[in-house]
Design a protein around this ligand. Structure first.
Ligand code: SF4
Length: 575
């Protein structure tokens, strides 16, 4: 019998990306936090729990000692949607095997990895279930397995799901683990769970494998935010649910009172939070219950921070694909939902919400409070050439009718055992690879670019951009939040710092920004020439003729309205 008091435990985070749960840095998913809470609840002292991300093990190989020497190794990971990530690289299957081989103690693997593992973390792949040489694989909830395994003296556990009381306790007791994340405290965003499971059954999706939705009551989520903020977390995303609007209801219809308790409760216990975003809103909820949904969306926009995105899983605008894959929303319905979110939440700080959606010259230069995003999935059953045209036409219509989308996410399907797509596999996605490439390029050029200009017009201020990497003489960074815009800033700036930026130009999915406010008396040549209309020679003249008392003193030679972000003395900083 192993005494929990003396047990040393190492948790390794290989990262997760599920349809309704994200945990690649700068995000920390719920898994390591809940697992740590379950350990504490089972009697393991906090000081004996070590947490490493897979990237930290790669960067600092000495930490493998913690994997080797722990009495219990817990590996958490699994990608059930494909993606590429800036903030971290998910563990590859070979690395996960190496963890199991290195561990001298008992090894337990859990998280969405239980749904299957591909040869690599990519789209258009098929996956299979593997134990990757671990002693135990949690086929139910890994946090419940952790608790039961420790209780049993590391003998074993029954696969089971945890209940609401357990998750409420573990979520709070495990909050301390965030301090061991390499991104803590400034560059870390905690993914919050409000529910699991889904009332719908889309063919490709792993979420229904959790069953029908079960909600965590507002006080338990609020209590967790309180605990996390005591450990220094200032950024939160309510991302672990299939549909935020359904929160606290009967599983499908919205319950605005529950949403209000949740959002206002979070604001009360974490008044200094810097990010409060969400993920996943089901457009069918908005279409079926428009009035309650409007109210719910208003509540969210009142409490969230700007730049928030409600990702809509349209997946396909083609009725044939919709039918064959059990997709729950049609293109027409999704359009209606796009319109409603724009009308209720497409306003910007500093203006009247009744004016939403706003863009163009008169709109304040901040990101809108909440906009829809659209997810499109290719390689589904029934897909044909026409599917691509229908999807493109849907997006074009949103633009032409004067609405905004914050993000268009186009992916190819991954086929998991237990979902209806497992028979079809990646066959259609592979057949349509060329078509997919051409279409994606067209969407990027014809829709993403003008849409981005509408959402974040020149002069839009993006506070707190975290500088993440250098490329081609520029520094790239993002805000913390849900699907943040990628910002390229001229020059190689010190990484790991945070600056405010004003948008000056637009790519397909990223923007060019200059430091805000841009001081004409100090701006570099690179920064000046990033502004449309200012070429090398004008920038040279600006530099040579310094200093300036006011912007009017400088001959800028551009029609571009610089007054919103250029100064010759310090402007008020963005909030
Ligand atoms: S609505 Fe469909 S895609 Fe969304 S979580 Fe439910 S089953 Fe998955």
């Amino acid at each position: 019998m192993t005494d929990p008091e003396t047990l040393s435990v190492t948790i390794v985070d290989g990262y997760v990306d599920e349809p309704a749960h994200f945990g690649v840095p700068p995000y920390i998913s719920t898994y390591p936090r809940y697992a740590a809470g379950a350990l504490v609840d089972a009697g393991v002292p906090r000081g004996q729990i070590t947490y490493h991300t897979i990237d930290r093990l790669r960067d600092e190989p000495d930490y493998w000692r913690d994997v080797d020497e722990a009495d219990l190794l817990i590996y958490l990971g699994g990608m059930t949607v494909p993606g590429k990530y800036v903030g971290g690289t998910p563990a590859e299957p070979d690395e996960v095997r190496k963890l199991a081989w290195t561990a001298n103690g008992t090894s337990l693997m859990g998280g969405p990895v239980k749904f299957g593992v591909g040869d690599e973390n990519a789209g258009a792949t098929e996956t299979e279930r593997q134990d990757l040489d671990f002693d135990f694989v949690a086929k139910g909830d890994v946090e419940a397995a952790v608790f039961d395994l420790v209780e049993s003296g590391l003998e074993g556990f029954n696969n089971r799901m945890r209940d609401i009381d357990e998750v409420s306790r573990w979520a709070q007791e495990g909050a301390f683990i965030v301090e061991q994340h390499p991104n803590h405290p400034e560059h870390l965003i905690a993914e919050l769970e409000t529910s699991r499971g889904c009332a719908y059954r889309c063919s490709f999706c792993t979420e229904p494998l959790y069953g029908n939705p079960s909600f965590r009551p507002p006080p338990t989520v609020v209590g967790e935010v309180d605990a996390l903020s005591d450990f220094g977390v200032k950024h939160f995303r309510i991302g672990r649910q299939a549909d935020i609007l359904a929160y606290g209801g009967d599983g499908e219809a919205p319950n605005p009172d529950a949403l209000r308790q949740l959002y206002s409760g979070i604001r009360e216990v974490a008044p200094d939070l810097e990010t409060l975003h969400l993920d996943n809103m089901n457009p069918i909820t908005i279409v079926n219950w428009p009035e309650q949904s409007r109210e719910g969306i208003r509540i969210i926009a009142e409490h969230n921070t700007p730049g928030d995105t409600a990702a809509f899983g349209l997946e396909s605008a083609d009725p044939v694909v919709q039918e064959e894959n059990n997709l729950n929303v049609s293109a027409e319905e999704c359009f209606e939902a796009v319109k409603i979110v724009n009308e209720e939440a497409g306003w910007r700080p500093g203006e009247d919400p009744a004016d939403a959606p706003t863009f163009g010259d008169d709109a304040p230069r901040r990101l809108p409070k909440l906009l829809p995003g659209i997810n499109l999935l290719h390689g589904l059953k029934g897909e044909r050439e026409e599917t691509y045209e229908r999807n493109r036409a849907f997006l074009q219509r949103v633009y032409d009718e004067g609405y905004m989308l914050r993000r268009i996410n186009i992916r190819q399907v991954m086929a998991f055992d237990g979902t209806d797509m497992s028979d079809t596999g990646a066959e259609i996605a592979n057949e349509h690879k060329q078509l997919f490439k051409r279409y994606k390029k067209r969407v990027r050029e014809e829709i993403d670019n003008p849409m981005l200009e509408r959402v974040a017009p020149p002069g839009t201020v993006l506070p707190d951009i975290h500088l993440e990497y250098h490329q081609d003489g520029k520094t790239f960074g993002r805000q913390l939040g849900t699907y943040p815009l990628l910002v390229g800033i001229p020059g190689e700036r010190q990484l790991g710092r945070t600056i405010d930026v004003a948008v000056v130009d637009h790519g397909y999915r990223s923007v060019t920004g200059v430091p805000y406010p841009l001081d004409l008396n100090a701006a570099s040549m690179n920064e000046l020439t990033a502004i449309p209309g200012i070429g090398d020679s004008t920038a040279g003249d600006i530099v040579v003729n310094r200093p300036y008392e006011s912007i009017a003193d400088a001959d800028l030679g551009t029609e571009f309205d610089l007054s919103r972000f250029v100064t010759t003395r310090p402007l008020e900083l963005a909030d």
